[in-house]
Design a protein around this ligand. Sequence first.
Ligand SMILES: Nc1ncnc2c1ncn2[C@@H]1O[C@H](COP(=O)(O)OP(=O)(O)OP(=O)(O)O)[C@@H](O)[C@H]1O
Ligand SMILES: [Mg+2]
Length: 318
Amino acid sequence: METTALVEVQNLYKRYTPDGLYAVADVSFEIHAGELFSLLGPNGAGKTTAISVISTLLQPTSGMVRVDGYDVQRDPMAVRRVIGVAPQELALYDDLTAHENLRFWGEMRGLHGAELQAEIAEKLALMELVDRAKDRVSTFSGGMKRRLNLAVGLLGRPKLLMLDEPTVAIDPQSRRYILDWVKKLREQGVTILYTTHYMEEAQELSDRIGIIDHGKLIALGTLDELTRLVGEHETLRLQLLQEGGGADLAAALQSVEGVIQASATDGEVLANVTSAEATLAAAIGTATGLGLGVRTIEIREPNLETVFLHLTGRALRD
Ligand SMILES: Nc1ncnc2c1ncn2[C@@H]1O[C@H](COP(=O)(O)OP(=O)(O)OP(=O)(O)O)[C@@H](O)[C@H]1O
Ligand SMILES: [Mg+2]
């Protein structure tokens, strides 16, 4: 892996009002050329805010951000020439056709003539939208709109592509299509900043992952480095017969030997344990003692969910 930093973020702070809370607080990371870097975090963590600053849409409150050596505040036009963005809120005109949307955004990026036409044709083919090129976006499915939004981000062959939660609210087939396509781009050497709240996606795609929560980068590294933070611990996942009761069980499990941390959402409890085998019986016993029935119990190897639980004491749910 090349070690040149295409993106440098140093001590970035961003708040939307002079005395408001920081949406991004003291965040630092680098993205190397050719790397796929994910920002993984729950709703409101600060992912879109970070992308907006890097893509020059928002000014940092303080800190330094450089893309390809250009400072986002001093040289925003130079930054814009090397980036492409597929924003979380689709940047598409419903009343225009797919082709017209690509032409509009291509012209905005300074493309014209034969070069623009060639790029539009290439992007439509890449996203398998050739048949629908002349249809208005208002007639598109959610998955098709997402694909077109990604095609727009790719216009002008950016060095750095930023994809802000590109698979939210689409069907599984479109999601698979997008994930495979992201991997292909990564193989072609495009540097990608990917945001998601899906652990599986961060796990599957990323060279390195930054976990962001309440505006702070709480962990940064490869999947291996991050799971090592949890040590050799495993996770017990218990599904209860009762809807409620999860919180009570999580609280009770905190004082069971071998349980490092436990948290509950709906009828499900996740417990970080030193040894799943050794804790299994005690966990079921604790549930029974509280009058709770266990529907299923599952042992999981350390993954990003475990890491998030370990770092925050909360579960990161899809
Ligand atoms: N335009 C704005 N004005 C004021 N506060 C904002 C604005 N945009 C975002 N925020 C706040 O900043 C924080 C971070 O929001 P942001 O949209 O960056 O999070 P996110 O990680 O992208 O979340 P999601 O997964 O829901 O997209 C939140 O507390 C949010 O309410
Ligand atoms: Mg967002």
